[in-house]
Design a protein around this ligand. Structure first.
Ligand SMILES: *Cc1c(COP(=O)(O)O)cnc(C)c1O
Length: 386
């Protein structure tokens, strides 16, 4: 796999070498249980405390506001269901139509259990209608969940502003910040956000580790009952190597935040401009003024994203498409549909998501390989007007 050009970082990221190095001793000789009375196990607690401090430093919060979980999905589930548990008389959740399935499926399942769910729509740029959101939040609402940045379009929502609006109504606010952490500076101390989710594998840590930030004083039900781990808020023997990896990844992310917004952004912009210039009938999806620095989502009209991906794959280029295979049929993603991207364009949308490991050479190669692929597929397309 020497010649892979990996531009699918919103799906998962390469584990940083520094992270592997930091976690390795805890996969090998330092295998103790932090709950044990002996020093061999007990000493691991110090390393977990250090990881918690590193996560808190990146988020601009206190270490005791950090709960380690198994993934972003668990954090999202816990935030929403755990809040409903402490407000038994409130039967409503407000969210958006473009959330990740970790939030959207959770909310739709709640509907089956008698809760009402309001899904706020977005405009053509993928931006939320904040007035509508304000209108939907009422006395019956327990929690509002709005993602910080969209994994498909890269569009960034003004969540700090939304959190203030929601808190002014006395309602808890959760944000899925899985795509935003490490790409956007954050200072939760100065924000009205109550609950925030993040995931290790989107941040150059391994899969299977996540974080839920819970603001001091915010009440939340226990989702995973068990031992006294995580101050009794999330039972289960700690994923020690994962937690240590997460801490290191957050430390690196804090140190490299500028690089994401200069070098990575620059490569993304060159890639985008290069593709738009060399491929006819294509356009960018998302709010280009408020967008993640690493993401570009481009619709190539009249062709299928899956076909583009397969042809890119022959050159070792990894990206992803805006279609998902649901019940045997290729459906445009719920995000592009919510944005009102026309059918023939939504089907041909490709997301390139870069990272600090991409190079100018990677970008040049994609810009070189793409035009003949598009041309070839258009020749075969039944949609193209001749
Ligand atoms: C990947 C992702 C998740 C899920 O995180 P996991 O750790 O894979 O469970 C949730 N939300 C967003 C926006 C994501 O991109």
């Amino acid at each position: 796999m020497a010649n892979i050009i990996y531009m699918d970082n919103n799906a998962t990221t390469r584990v940083a070498d520094e992270v592997v190095e930091e976690m390795m001793p805890y996969l090998t000789e330092k295998y103790g249980n932090p709950s044990s009375m002996h020093t061999f196990g007990g000493q691991i607690g110090k390393k977990i405390a250090e990881a918690r401090e590193r996560v808190a430093a990146l988020l601009g919060c206190e270490p005791d506001e950090i709960i380690f979980t198994s993934c972003g999905t668990e954090s999202d589930n816990t935030a929403i269901k755990g809040t409903l548990e402490v407000y038994p008389n409130r039967r409503k959740v407000v969210t958006t139509r473009v959330e990740h399935p970790a939030v959207l499926t959770t909310c739709r399942d709640l509907e089956r259990h008698g809760y009402s769910v309001s899904e706020i729509g977005v405009n053509r740029e993928g931006q939320l209608d904040i007035d509508e959101l304000g209108f939907r939040v009422d006395d019956n609402t327990a929690v509002v969940s709005v993602m910080w940045a969209n994994n498909e379009s890269g569009t960034i929502f003004p969540v700090e502003k939304i959190a203030e609006l929601v808190k002014a109504r006395g309602v808890e606010f959760h944000t899925d910040a899985v795509q935003a952490v490490g790409k956007i500076p954050m200072n939760l101390k100065d924000s009205a956000i109550d609950l925030l989710s993040l995931s290790g594998h989107k941040l150059h840590a391994p899969k299977g580790i996540g974080v839920l930030y819970v603001r001091r004083g915010t009440r939340i039900g226990t989702f995973m009952h068990g031992g006294h781990q995580e101050s009794g808020r999330r039972g289960g023997t700690e994923n020690v190597p994962g937690i240590i990896a997460m801490g290191k990844a957050c430390e690196l992310a804090a140190a490299r935040l500028d690089e994401e917004n200069t070098c990575v952004r620059d490569l993304r912009d060159k890639l985008e401009a290069g593709l738009l210039a060399s491929c006819p009938d294509c356009f960018v999806n998302g709010d280009t003024d408020n967008r993640l620095p690493n993401t570009t989502n481009i619709s190539f009209e009249f062709i299928e994203g899956e076909s583009i991906l397969m042809m890119l794959n022959q050159f070792g280029i990894c990206a992803s498409s805006g279609s998902a295979c649901t019940s045997g049929a290729l459906e445009p993603s719920h995000v592009l549909r919510a944005m009102g991207v026309p059918f023939t364009a939504a089907h041909g949308s490709i997301r390139f998501s870069l990272s600090r490991y991409n190079t100018q050479q990677d970008v040049d190669t994609v810009i070189e390989k793409m035009p003949p692929i598009i041309e070839r597929l258009r020749e075969l397309s039944p949609f193209v007007k001749t």
